[in-house]
Design a protein around this ligand. Structure first.
Ligand code: DSN
Length: 420
């Protein structure tokens, strides 16, 4: 594949070559990123990119669906199996579209939705004011407790009683603790609301049985496929049988046209990979690594929001280190450590220059890094934070990072073939 690119578009080839080198020569701590297997990558770049397949298996608006139907049916069956769901729709192009489709499947434009606010760890599409979700729906946000950083279920219940949303959203993009989906379901039920759960970040942990699943507790569950689940970039919806028709209609023709069959093919491969003991071991190590990284950072004087993590990510409140999030993220980037600056609960600073940094362990765990490497990485982060204006120290850390990366090459395969 790359050799054809090299021949026909050397300019793009060179950029891809450099991106590959960047991904291999940096410690990637963005919790929503990962490395996919060669099998997933091959499926993503396969002949399925040539197809149009509007509709669903067996009911398409185009002929030539002999194999697309089989592939999509396999992806659906695998999704249903690993998530233990009645129904799966594997067509959403992304998590954002999946969320919008979930809402449109259950409620009407103008109805009220209620989700976690963006600065408190929610996603844009949970009804944040700049998102179309707050323009099509009336949006009310709940926050985490400003002191503990934890979800306060009593407060959420009070707010739900006050605003009576038609739909309650659970799930987050920057929350490091276990989410009580049963509690969300109880709150939704008490006001006659639907419950949509967005597990984009933790879906790999849910599949591995390491985070409670919202599937029994939510009307519709939304996820991306590329974070801890380690598939291609895409979205997916899971739902109870009673919502199957509305969910499918909301995705196509409600929001989308032709599905991206190459992505769906790669999702099918990733789901087979996720249905293995090796994946469970991987997911366990993600959490062990995150816990160790959080503990070591705290030893270095960093304040971790909520005092630690139960999952793959953590939010660092940098005020104890007197360094703004953006400045640290940029200095870390120069030291070959890739993260993202992030708001912390009740952040006194603006979102474009917030007081926090969000980091996570899915990608570095895929490279085989374990607890000892977490100690090193915490030390690197501390060194950069404490020498934020000293470029020669930052450069030295970058060299150490490169050395560490060279001992953990990005693997091509993580699963023993045919062990499905
Ligand atoms: N923007 C993604 C993340 O990084 O968490 C969520 O969709």
């Amino acid at each position: 594949m790359l050799s054809a690119l090299e021949q026909y578009d050397p300019e793009i080839y060179e950029l891809l070559r450099q991106e590959k080198a960047l991904q291999s020569g940096t410690i990637r701590l963005i919790p929503s990123e990962n490395y996919v297997s060669k099998a997933v990558m091959t499926a993503t770049g396969s002949v399925m990119t040539n197809k149009y397949a509007e509709g669903y298996p067996g009911k398409r608006y185009y002929e030539g669906q002999q194999f697309t139907d089989l592939v999509e049916s396999l992806a659906i069956a695998r999704a249903k199996k690993v998530f233990k769901a009645d129904h799966a729709n594997v067509q959403p192009y992304s998590g954002s579209i999946a969320n919008m489709a979930a809402y449109l499947a259950l409620i009407q434009p103008g109805d009220t939705i209620m989700g976690l606010s963006l600065p408190n760890g929610g996603h844009l599409t949970h009804g944040w004011k700049v998102s179309a979700t707050s323009k099509f729906f009336n949006s009310v946000s709940y926050d985490v407790d400003p002191n503990t950083g934890l979800l306060d279920y009593d407060k959420i219940a009070d707010l739900a009683k006050k605003h009576k949303p038609k739909l309650l959203i659970s799930g987050a993009t920057a929350y490091s603790r276990t989410i009580d989906f049963a509690k969300f379901a109880e709150i939704a039920k008490s006001i006659g609301a639907f419950h949509v759960s967005d597990i984009a970040h933790i879906s790999g942990l849910v599949v591995a049985g390491l985070h409670p699943s919202p599937v029994p507790h939510a009307d519709v569950v939304s996820t991306t496929t590329h974070k801890t689940l380690r598939g291609p970039r895409g979205g997916m919806l899971l739902c109870k049988e009673e919502h199957q028709k509305n969910v499918d209609k909301a995705v196509f023709p409600g929001l989308q046209g032709g599905p991206h069959m190459h992505t769906i093919t790669a999702v099918a491969v990733a789901l087979a990979e996720a249905d293995t003991p090796e994946f469970v071991a991987y997911a366990k190590q993600i959490i062990k690594n995150a816990k160790r990284l959080a503990a070591k950072l705290m030893e270095h004087g960093f304040n971790i929001v909520t005092g630690g993590t139960d999952n793959h990510l953590m939010l660092i409140d940098l005020r104890t280190k007197n360094v703004p999030g953006k400045k640290l993220a940029k200095a870390l980037d120069r030291a070959r450590i890739v993260s993202n600056y992030n708001t912390i609960p009740n952040d006194p600073a603006p979102p474009f220059n917030p007081s926090g940094l969000r980091i996570g362990t899915p990608a570095i765990t895929t490279r085989g890094m374990k607890e000892d490497q977490m100690d090193l990485i915490a030390g690197f982060i501390n060194k950069v934070a404490e020498n934020i204006d000293n470029e020669s120290v930052i450069e030295k850390v970058g060299q150490e990072v490169l050395m560490l990366c060279s001992h953990f090459p990005v693997p091509d395969h993580f699963i023993i073939p045919n062990n499905k």
